[in-house]
Design a binder for this molecule. Structure first.
Ligand code: NAD
Length: 253
């Protein structure tokens, strides 16, 4: 494709890669970005799920484990090509929850949470930045657990990983500014996704968690996707290195 053809495409259609796009917040983000006119690459280790989301939004799908460095490098090259040669936006929603009590956490499980939530996020940001032009925008997904040290559903490994995602987001904003790339994140409270819903089968836990936001309920995935889409949009032009808390009023900071 010629450079001016690429520029023509670029001005018409914005492009995005969403990791964890097969489910929950990532899926809602793919769907919303597509409604907003983006061409979206849906990326997930659940390849079938990624295809099902991509098929519904006329996007492209890729299976990927975000902890596999070589696979991440190759994926970003292939996704870029499938998107027409430009990448405007990245949302990193791939992640796992860990809610084992502090004294009982298995270290292999602790390392896996860090590997996926932190290193996986880093690898995707790094590879996206290689391909983005000035004006590219990135949004990570942390959690109020990273700000409050857990206290909802996630325990030590999860809270520590999300605290790391917050620091990583700020460092990425510092590091990528010279390339004209903007990096922000969202820190959601409880969101009704396949990650959280099994823990809500414990009614007492559900009532305790739902009572924490001033709004008295958990969020729908779309309510988080709206914040992500705004941070990825040109309308958020002067927002950089920010962690937007989307928690219905838990943190109040
Ligand atoms: P989800 O389980 O519905 O979706 C997560 C997706 O990530 C899944 O499709 C899963 O297959 C994918 N994934 C997991 N590990 C992966 C890997 N190694 N490589 C590629 N894909 C992988 O969960 P969700 O609630 O939508 O969570 C999305 C993000 O939001 C996570 O980072 C989570 O920690 C964060 N978050 C969720 C909540 C909540 O209450 N649901 C609150 C705060 C933050």
């Amino acid at each position: 494709m010629l450079a001016d053809e690429r520029d023509g495409l670029r001005s018409d259609v914005r492009t995005a890669i969403v990791t964890g796009g097969a489910s929950g917040i990532g899926k809602a983000t793919c769907e919303l970005l597509a409604r907003n006119g983006y061409r979206v690459a849906v990326v997930d280790r659940d390849e079938l799920g990624a295809h099902s989301v991509a098929d519904a939004i006329d996007g492209v799908a890729f299976g990927l484990d975000v902890t596999d460095e070589r696979a991440v490098i190759s994926l970003f090259e292939r996704a870029l090509e499938a998107l027409g040669g430009t990448l405007d936006a990245l949302a990193t929603s791939a992640g796992i929850l860990e809610s084992t009590p502090f004294m009982e956490i298995d270290l292999a499980a602790f390392r896996l949470v860090y590997e996926i939530n932190v290193i996986g996020t880093y690898l995707c940001i790094r590879e996206a930045a290689k391909h983005m032009k000035s004006g590219g925008r990135i949004c990570t997904i942390a959690s109020v657990a990273g700000k409050r040290g857990g206290g909802l559903t996630g325990t030590a490994a999860y809270a520590a990983s999300k605290g790391a995602v917050i620091a990583l987001t700020r460092n990425a904003a510092r590091s990528l500014a010279e390339r004209g790339i903007v990096v922000n994140g969202v820190a959601p409270g409880p969101v009704l996704t396949p990650m959280l819903l099994p823990t809500f089968e414990d009614r007492a836990h559900r009532l305790r968690v739902e009572a924490m936001p001033l709004l008295g309920r958990a969020a729908e995935p779309l309510e988080i996707a709206e914040a992500i889409a705004w941070l990825l949009s040109p309308e958020a032009s002067y927002v950089n290195g920010e962690m937007l808390t989307v928690d219905g009023g838990i943190c109040l900071d």
